[in-house]
Ligand binder design. Structure first.
Ligand code: PHE
Length: 491
């Protein structure tokens, strides 16, 4: 291609000129060669985008059968004057959907409706004017059969057809010309040989021997390419997987639990007083079905003793009267602490390190930072000698592995832990609260039969996701915005 272009240095070569000069038949070949030469600075490319007009579906039909107004006009002039009424038209060969718009088109050509009859202008020159217009329109459509660029079309005619449905459609086309540059001219033409380069390595190619002496086209990683559209995990799911693998690698096992549970396991087992504000209807989703979930008497009695007077723990309890009915109300879990509590109830003597990542439900109004359904990262360490530094170190290790090495804890309050902590991480110079932690109170562990201390924590997942994905609106995680999802990094 370069030696062809060198032969006519001032020429802007069109695609067809390059094809015939090089004796190529595939336009991709000249576009590819031209791009390669342009990348090397040996030719300059001029790209012109033009709009091409073609026949639409209706246009194709009009081109073969005639335009509606032309068919109607021909019908009209062939009818005796007494048979040009609207009723004649309706009983004619024209279809219902054609007559309405057709009459409109005829009126535009000067046909009038007088006393219910379609009336042709009396003036013969006006009549021949109509025929001329119809001929021009047909000719215009005929010129679009192969597609014509916008500049070479009559603009008022184009405007007329653009206003009609499906008659004409447009598309963009790029035409390129190539001109040799000074650097291109300076290349010694005797050194230019045409060699085929192999771009695709196919099984057929490898079966033969030809590839042995062939020249391979080098990869150009700077070329523009289409973005591959592949499936990948939702960022939230990917984050959950990452959290899982961090806890697993820290020696924890995963546990899970049901969304539906009783107030007893969600709250009473955690020594949350039965009149605690967080238990109210406006904060918790209580269920109609099951409205009540049975709890074994042994648990109900143990919790009753603890809540009313502290059981054998030496605590005073909350006083008042414990209601087994309230304890048995069905609800959607408000935290995943119910998972760890049930694990302890089932394995009270077995030291453990377990975690769960799960969905919880609270009656929150939806806004930038709140959702009524969200996830918590929950965990416990139960073993003789478990203590506060062990808890803090575990959380620091977890967040460091997540990429947030600066963690601090502050005193907090939960009815079920003592001491209680708030966990914060530093992000862009600010301390952000991510969850709660502490050591379960005896009022929680004794009724379950645990004697070793239990370090516990529960942290927000969406909050963390907002930091990891750099979001300022939590709703972005759940609106299935495909554009955004595609742009997300693989975590
Ligand atoms: N359950 C608490 C919450 O939902 C977090 C927590 C878990 C606090 C375990 C202390 C111990 O915010």
């Amino acid at each position: 291609m370069l030696s062809a272009l060198q032969g006519s240095p001032d020429q802007a070569w069109s695609l067809s000129e390059v094809l015939s000069a090089c004796d190529w038949h595939d336009q991709a070949q000249s576009v590819g060669a031209g791009q390669g030469l342009a990348d090397a600075g040996l030719v300059s490319v001029d790209e012109q985008v033009s709009v091409i007009w073609m026949l639409g579906d209706e246009g194709e039909r009009a081109h073969t059968d005639g335009l509606l107004e032309a068919r109607l006009w021909n019908w009209l002039v062939a009818q005796p004057e007494s048979a040009r009424g609207m009723s004649d038209l309706n009983s004619s060969v024209f279809e219902r959907h054609e007559t309405g718009p057709g009459v409109g088109l005829l009126k535009g050509l000067g046909v009038e409706i007088i006393a219910g009859s379609l009336t042709i202008p009396t003036d013969t020159s006006e009549v021949s004017g109509v025929s001329a217009i119809l001929a021009e329109r047909a000719e215009f459509l005929a010129s679009l059969v192969e597609g014509t660029s916008e500049e070479s079309l009559d603009s008022s005619m184009l405007a007329h057809f653009k206003g009609r449905k499906d008659l004409v459609v447009s598309s963009e086309s790029v035409s390129r010309t190539w001109t040799v540059t000074e650097a291109g001219l300076a290349v010694d033409s005797s050194a230019l040989v045409e060699a085929a380069q192999i771009a695709d390595i196919t099984p057929e190619l490898l079966q033969g021997d030809e590839w042995r002496n062939a020249e391979f086209k080098p990869y150009d990683v700077n070329l523009e390419s289409a973005d591959p559209m592949t499936g990948k995990a939702h960022p939230m799911q990917a984050l959950i997987e990452r959290i899982r693998s961090i806890f697993l690698e820290m020696g924890f096992s995963e546990i899970s639990g049901d969304y539906v549970t009783s107030a007893g396991w969600n709250m009473d087992a955690l020594f949350i007083p039965q009149d605690h504000p967080a238990r109210e209807m406006q904060d918790t989703f209580y269920l109609d079905n099951p409205a009540s979930i049975e709890i074994e008497d042994e648990h109900l009695t143990a919790w009753q003793e603890i809540h009313e007077h502290g059981g054998d723990t030496g605590s005073l309890g909350w006083g008042g009267k414990f209601s087994p009915e309230i304890a048995q109300s069905g609800l959607l879990r408000t935290h995943t602490t119910v998972n760890t509590i049930r694990h302890l109830a089932e394995n009270p003597k077995q030291p453990c390190r377990v975690f769960s990542v799960g969905r919880v439900f609270r009656k929150e109004s939806i806004d930038r930072t709140h959702l009524p359904e969200f996830h918590q990262i929950e965990g416990i360490i139960m073993e003789p000698g478990a203590n506060l530094p062990m808890l803090v170190t575990t959380l620091k290790t977890f967040y460091a592995k997540m990429g947030y090495p600066e963690v601090r804890v502050r005193p907090a309050y939960f009815p079920y832990t003592e001491p209680s902590l708030e966990v914060e991480i530093k992000w862009r110079g600010e301390w952000l609260e991510l969850g709660g932690a502490g050591i379960f109170r005896p009022e929680v562990t004794e009724p379950l039969g645990c004697s070793a201390p239990v370090c516990a924590w529960g942290m927000g997942l969406e909050r963390l996701a907002m930091l990891v994905l750099d979001l300022d609106d939590i709703r972005q995680l759940y609106i299935s915005d495909l554009e955004w999802l595609r742009a997300q990094p693989i975590l």
